[in-house]
Design a protein around this ligand. Structure first.
Ligand code: NAP
Length: 397
């Protein structure tokens, strides 16, 4: 029994883990294909450098490959893209799992997307040292930065941007923060005057997608204050308290809101302004010098902007001609991970569910796909015998 896996991020590794938990009489041959030089995708290049506890799951994934080294191989620097590649793999492998995550980023639907604006995806890949983004160009002086979006990625970006030199240093020393990013962040911290990051959400607190852990982290930085303007909220704290009935998470977040309404008086070098009910309507200038936002009362404001980072979600990019579900943004499947119309082709992780959910959300998703692969293969009696191509040297852990 042979399984080919495209991608080596959490969607791939958790599916393999749960597949191997099934009682399979003869150990299946599992080949993992990773397009980059180093494995584990989102864990390595997506998780923020200061969330090292989340990155630790990479050790579990490495052990999984090591513990099954007789029948499992990971081939890095191996990009199997293009419509024909699934058919080619299917000739040799009994099942093909697609777990390539979400490779694209959404951008604001503005006619003007100036050169000093980018997706948060690019910015995150850059600070995490992704090889395709090492030479990303950023403005030399970016005192005012606009981050559009109120998801966890936006808050990760705002936090990294607002870290003091002494908070950044251990991240680069431990190899978690890329050197060029460290140098740029450090030189930004050394700019005179207060550095401002506006984190701009088009809706209110009740709709904000970020979670309390990431929200709280904005309020515990060494040299940054997180500030919220009460007028931009959808009511006073007590109004919000009433609206939060039934949502423990939102209710607990109110204590963090309270802290941001009355930030420490002490002067800090960085201000993170969490802006609610502020709909971005377009950049001003090219390169941008401002971002126009529209408030709830339809009044407009131009927020100074030396760098615009749009953190409004990712896109699953299908490179194989597979159907995309317009509702989830993931590859269309039968509800269990079997790709519609492509027998013995399976999907897991963000490629299956669309780009939503933390790493742990992969656990039930991948267990479900693993069950589907196991169910289909265990009801089969003949397996591929065609010679497996020489994929080169496997990655060594
Ligand atoms: P997200 O949670 O879906 O947030 C996207 C944000 O973009 C929302 O605030 C959304 O606002 C906004 N947005 C979308 N289109 C917009 C537009 N045209 N104009 C203005 N705003 C727009 O996405 P994400 O932050 O990229 O995160 C993806 C997933 O990864 C999430 O499940 C997240 O929790 C997870 N993640 C977790 C962590 C962590 O645990 N630390 C870190 C990173 C990512 P609306 O709500 O108004 O649409």
């Amino acid at each position: 029994m042979r399984v080919a896996v495209l991608g080596s991020g959490p969607g791939a590794m958790y599916t393999i883990k749960y597949f191997l938990k099934h009682h399979i009489t003869s150990p299946p041959l599992i080949h993992i294909f990773e397009k980059l030089h180093k494995p584990f995708g989102l864990v390595r290049y997506g998780v923020a450098p200061d969330h090292s506890e989340v990155k630790e799951v990479a050790n579990e994934f490495a052990s999984l490959v090591r513990d099954h080294s007789t029948n499992m191989r990971l081939y890095a620097d191996n990009e199997l893209i293009g419509k024909g590649s699934i058919d080619r793999l299917r000739r040799v492998y009994d099942a093909v799992l697609i777990a390539t995550g979400a490779q694209g980023a959404k951008r604001m639907p503005f006619s003007n997307l100036p050169s000093n604006t980018m997706s948060a995806r690019d910015f995150v890949l850059w600070y995490n040292g992704h090889p395709d983004f090492v030479s990303l160009t950023l403005p030399e002086k970016a005192r005012h930065i606009s981050v559009v979006g109120h998801g966890n990625v936006a808050l990760d970006v705002a936090r990294i941007l607002s870290k003091s030199p002494s908070e950044l240093e251990p991240l680069v020393t431990s190899g978690l923060l890329a050197q060029p990013a460290y140098e740029w962040l450090l030189s930004r911290q050394r700019l005179s005057g207060v550095k401002i990051v506006n984190v701009i959400g088009r809706r209110g607190y009740m709709e904000a997608a970020f979670t309390n852990k990431e929200f709280r982290e904005l309020t515990t930085l060494d040299d940054a204050s997180c500030v919220i303007d009460e007028h931009e909220l959808e009511g006073s704290l007590s109004d919000l308290q009433q609206r939060c009935t039934g949502s423990r998470g939102k209710s607990r977040g109110l204590s963090i809101i309270a802290k941001c309404l009355n930030p420490e008086a002490e002067r800090k070098s960085n201000i993170i302004r969490l802006r609610f009910n502020s709909r971005p309507t377009g950049y001003i200038g090219s390169p941008a010098s401002g971002l126009e936002i529209e408030h709830r009362d339809k009044s407009n404001e131009i927020v100074s902007c030396d760098l615009g980072i749009e953190s409004i979600g990712f896109k699953v990019q299908d490179e194989w001609g597979l159907p995309i579900d317009p509702l989830t943004g993931g590859i269309q499947h039968d509800g269990k991970g079997r790709v519609m119309g492509f027998p013995h082709v399976y999907v897991a992780g963000w490629a299956k569910r669309g780009p939503k959910g933390v790493i742990a959300a992969n656990i039930p998703c991948c267990a479900e796909t693993a069950d589907a692969i196991f169910y289909d293969l265990s009801s089969q009696s003949d397996f591929k015998t065609t010679e497996v191509p020489n994929w080169g040297n496997p990655y060594s852990f």
